[in-house]
Design a protein around this ligand. Structure first.
Ligand code: NIG
Ligand code: FE
Length: 391
């Protein structure tokens, strides 16, 4: 693999305070050297090591940031829920029930159709600057359909999450506890080999606290690390359980109690905000300011799924986080890069210090602030993944 000098960077976000200014480790008039898929050097242009790289790429004074790390996505699905969205925009509330529409279509779909959908969405995300994306199952809800969802997800990402506990499927409506036994028994057996994470939708219309704890504890015993859909639709025990079980992340956190905020601030469970979901379900946004001010680590993800947030676009989520959740532009960019990496417990991505994976985005803008200052404008000029120019 070759080496390249990205030169003439107007503003570089390294996310390493040792390399530059503030939490973003900002360097003005900067350069980056990539070699063998990693960052070999980052700093001011005036100090680029002599003969550092074979090729030179001129950034033209524009901004460079780490690739986005989208730590929450549901990409293995089939079918269409346009009508549900339309009804919602005419006043119908969002419920977990819509998930069953997608489950029926997903079960009917061929492997190739599901694979094509994942590929399409991963490519769409990449074009908007996402270089790492997590992917959950959760629209199969049989042993076979959950295992194949994870197998297909694993073709596209290492960050694979078993979400057999998305909702109780119709065939178990009369006996939800039998479904919980399936999820933490034979379904877990079939799914564990493909997954790194285990997730439960702990909310109204999905799973309660006891069911959530039982499923996650069993997953943990089998070597999977928990993450939790917590407090999306109503206040509940999701955050407390996530922190208690050492989950990597509690996601949505739209409804937060005082003790939830305290628990997230003092533990190492990341609070992952998904403003695309509040936007597309017309809900109120979580109190992100309170979480950050209390000291919690916050990530920002797109939650791409056909029901509550059908977007892969992290710049859009960054703009929402700034405009509607009162994050500063710098906090939002940090949350969508290093915050996402923390939520996936990855130290090799989300920053651009030497040794980091060379996952890099060149913006058609002079600084990262433009991601929220110019909402809806396609600002992603170029993307490198593992040091290769891919967009
Ligand atoms: O993260 N909350 C649960 N799961 C998804 C929604 C899934 C759907 O509506 O299909 C979410 O928002
Ligand atoms: Fe989700």
């Amino acid at each position: 693999m070759g080496s390249v000098l990205i030169d003439n960077i107007g503003s570089l976000v390294t996310n390493d305070p040792a390399l530059g200014e503030g939490a973003l480790g900002l360097v003005a008039d900067a350069a980056l050297v990539l070699a063998d898929g990693r960052v070999a050097w980052a700093g001011p242009r005036s100090k680029v090591p002599e003969g550092a790289a074979r090729d030179r790429f001129d950034a033209g004074g524009r901004a460079v940031i780490p690739g986005f790390v989208d730590s929450h996505a549901h990409l293995v699905f089939a079918g269409d829920r346009t009508a549900e969205f339309e009804a919602r925009m005419s006043g119908r509330p969002y419920t977990a029930g819509g998930i069953r529409t997608t489950v029926a279509a997903t079960r009917e779909a061929t492997d190739d159709a599901l694979r094509a959908n994942v590929r399409r969405l991963v490519a769409e995300a990449l074009r908007s600057g996402t270089t790492t994306i997590e992917c959950k199952s959760g629209y199969g809800l049989t042993v076979g359909d959950e295992a194949r969802s994870l197998r297909l997800a694993a073709e596209h990402t290492d960050e694979v999450t078993y979400l057999g506990a998305h909702v109780v499927p119709p065939e178990y409506a009369g006996d939800p506890d039998a479904y919980v036994d399936l999820v933490r028994g034979p379904m877990l057996d079939a799914c564990a080999p493909y997954a790194k994470w285990i997730d439960v939708f702990c909310d109204r219309g999905a799973f309660d606290g006891d069911q959530t704890r039982a499923i996650l504890a069993e997953g943990k015993r089998r070597g999977l690390v928990p993450r939790v859909h917590a407090g999306q639709l109503q206040p509940g025990p999701g955050v407390a359980i996530a922190v208690e079980l050492g989950a990597a992340s509690a996601d949505h956190v739209t409804h937060l109690s005082d003790s939830d905020v305290e628990a997230l601030a003092s533990g190492d469970t990341v609070a992952t905000l998904l403003p695309g979901a509040e936007f597309s379900t017309r809900s109120t946004y979580p109190d992100a300011r309170r979480l950050i001010d209390a000291g919690a680590t916050v990530a920002l993800a797109a939650d791409c799924n056909p029901g509550s947030s059908y977007t892969t676009n992290i710049p859009f989520c960054v703009a929402l986080a700034v405009r509607d959740m009162n994050l500063t532009p710098a906090e939002a960019v940090w949350a969508a890069t290093l915050g996402g990496a923390r939520a996936l417990r990855r130290t090799d991505i989300g920053h651009l210090a030497p040794g980091a994976r060379a996952d890099i985005v060149l913006l058609n803008a002079p600084s990262h602030v433009h991601l929220s200052y110019r909402p809806g404008v396609p600002l992603i000029a170029r993307v490198w993944k593992n040091g290769e120019l891919v967009v």
